[in-house]
Ligand binder design. Structure first.
Ligand code: SF4
Length: 279
C-alpha cells in the first residue's frame, strides 16, 4: 500500500485529498474548473457509497453538501480584503468561533481602514478583549489600518511583500489574505496544516514557515487554494492536535504513516515512532 508521501510524489493527489472532500464540503469553494472535473468522479463514487443520490445537478448537490459542513471557519465569513486582514490578525492563538464573534462586533463600529485607524484604542481594546492578547492585537490592527491609509490609499495590497510590511502580518496572515480575499494561490500554514503534513510524513519540519516553503515545492499550484481550508477542517474534526481519530474515523488511516503521533489511537492502526511532535 502506497503511503501519502509516495502518492503525492507521483502526482496522485486525488487519492489523498478526495476522501476528505465529502466530509468537509465547504472546501469545494476552492475547487473549480479542470480540477473539479478531475476530482468529481471519485467524489461522486464516495457519495454514492454513502447512499447520496448524485444524479441531479452537480452544483446544486455541492451547494447542499456545503450546508452540512461540520466546521465554521473565520476565513469563510466574507472576502472583503480589509475584514479578512483584520480578522486573520485577530485570529492568532484564538478559536475561530471567538474570532468570528469579536471581529463581527468590531466591524459593526469600524468596518473600514479609515474608521479603524481613527478609533480610540481603548474602545478597540474593549471590543476585542474576549480573545486575549487584546492590547497587542489592538496595536496591530490599528497599526495595519493606519499603514493602509498612509501607504496604500486605504486599500489592502494584493502582493505578499506589501502585506508583510503591515504590523501584525507574518507569512501566515499574508498568505491567508492572498487566498481568502484575493483568490491568489498561496498556502497559509497554521498549526493544523503544519501538524497534519508532518504526521503524513510529507514534510519533516519544526516551524510553519519551513512547512509552507516545502509544501509550495511539493504540491502543484492548482491545489494551493484548497489546502489551508481543507486541512484546518480535517485538523479540527479528525486529525486533532492531542488525540487524532486514527482508525475507522479517518479515511486516510491505511495510507498515513502517523509520524510523530504520540497518543495511541483507538482501533486497528499502527503508530509509527519517529521523533517527537513539535507543536
Ligand atoms: S491516520 Fe491519524 S495521523 Fe493520519 S491523518 Fe488520520 S487522524 Fe491524522
Amino acid at each position: 500500500m502506497s503511503r501519502i508521501k509516495d502518492l503525492i510524489g507521483r502526482g496522485d493527489l486525488e487519492r489523498v485529498f478526495v476522501p476528505l472532500l465529502p466530509l468537509f464540503p465547504q472546501a469545494f469553494t476552492y475547487i473549480k474548473g479542470e480540477l473539479l472535473e478531475r476530482v468529481w468522479p471519485a467524489v461522486k463514487a464516495i457519495l454514492e457509497e454513502n447512499g447520496i443520490d448524485t444524479n441531479g445537478d452537480r452544483d446544486a448537490l455541492i451547494r447542499d453538501l456545503m450546508k452540512e459542513d461540520p466546521v465554521e471557519l473565520a476565513s469563510e465569513i466574507d472576502s472583503d480584503p480589509f475584514k479578512t486582514l483584520i480578522r486573520t490578525i485577530l485570529s492568532a492563538r484564538s478559536k475561530d468561533e471567538q474570532t468570528i464573534k469579536v471581529s463581527s462586533a468590531l466591524f459593526k463600529h469600524y468596518d473600514t481602514a479609515e474608521k479603524l485607524a481613527a478609533a480610540p484604542p481603548e474602545k478597540v481594546e474593549e471590543i476585542i478583549k474576549p480573545i486575549g492578547f487584546y492590547r497587542a492585537k489592538t496595536r496591530s490592527v490599528q497599526g495595519a489600518a493606519r499603514m493602509l491609509m498612509d501607504t496604500f490609499g486605504g486599500e489592502v495590497p494584493g502582493k505578499y511583500r506589501n502585506l508583510l510590511e503591515l504590523p501584525g502580518v507574518g507569512p501566515k496572515v499574508a498568505n491567508c489574505v492572498l487566498v481568502y480575499a484575493f483568490g491568489i494561490p498561496a498556502i497559509p500554514v497554521d498549526t493544523h496544516v503544519h501538524r497534519i503534513v508532518n504526521r503524513w510524513g510529507l514534510v519533516e519540519t519544526t516551524d510553519p514557515e519551513k512547512t509552507c516553503d516545502q509544501l509550495m515545492e511539493i504540491l502543484p499550484r492548482e491545489w494551493w487554494l484548497v489546502i489551508n481550508d481543507l486541512l484546518i477542517r480535517f485538523g479540527k474534526e479528525i486529525c486533532k492536535p492531542i488525540t487524532p481519530l486514527c482508525g475507522d474515523k479517518c479515511p486516510l488511516d491505511e495510507i498515513c504513516p502517523k509520524v510523530i503521533v504520540k497518543n495511541k489511537p483507538r482501533g486497528k492502526t499502527k503508530v509509527a515512532k519517529k521523533g517527537k511532535e513539535s507543536k
